[in-house]
Design a protein around this ligand. Sequence first.
Ligand SMILES: [Zn+2]
Length: 339
Amino acid sequence: MIDKIKALLQEVENMKAANAEELEALRIKYLSKKGEISSLMNDFRNVAADQKREVGQFLNQLKEATQNKINELKEGFDNVQTGNDDIDLTRTAYPVQLGTRHPLSIVKKEICDIFGRLGFSIAEGPEIEDDWHVFSSLNFAEDHPARDMQDTFFIQHNPDVLLRTHTSSVQTRVMENQEPPIRIICPGRVYRNEAISYRAHCFFHQVEALYVDKNVSFADLKQALLFFAKEMFGPETKIRLRPSYFPFTEPSAEMDISCNLCGGKGCAFCKHTGWVEILGCGMVDPNVLENCGIDSKVYTGYALGMGIERITNLKYQVKDLRMFSENDVRFLKQFESAN
Ligand SMILES: [Zn+2]
């Protein structure tokens, strides 16, 4: 009998209940009139007289342990139901740690917002492209160096499939599918086969804007550029345009803004010229319009494009391009207030 009591003691010690119903079932099993302990009590009278003292002690111990264990489990449920007294509802809450936008996302959004105020809407396209949308439709000659394996990531064994080297491919896709007027801004990631260093990366981000309609002139382009520069870098910002060459625009220009670090006086950042280059632009080449099925005798257009990393560097003086893709929280946290 002592062995049976000991086994029950062990059982009671390990007793668990997931809810009040299970606990009640345990109480009935051990403590009710027909329960295990009552039945042992009934057997007690058959115990030999010389053993009664010892068995009695064990039996009392079992009864007490069972009662205590059941009370203990019950208390646990009561606390859950009525709320734990340890919780102080008047205590100040811990601040929730919020994530922050990536600096490139902040600048991309700002650029898109500025052009949005001029009536441009956002257009996006695939990062894996074909030769037509990235090069041929945009007037790149067959032997243009940008097509070279050195610059472009081609898919092996199929030179018609490649990672886009610029977001101009989105412009082609929109012009092919939409009648003018077209007024779009295309932000996105682009890829070039370059060695990674503090000033070059194999992927980076661009924003391009395209406006095609009747009577769009270079003066319209210049006004849009001036508006953008002042909104982005402050009302004192000046711009200047230098003639340049791109296959898809004619005439083409590069735009500089007055250095926002020295205010145009000259510093190390602007190489003591007072100007920094920020984007390329021009009137859409009539060949490109025709390639996309737009009558170049009726419509004209302007396009402009810039690197988001470049603009971010100008705004926040990030010296090393690699910082943008390293996900170092110490770096990213600094842009918390810019959100
Ligand atoms: Zn400067």
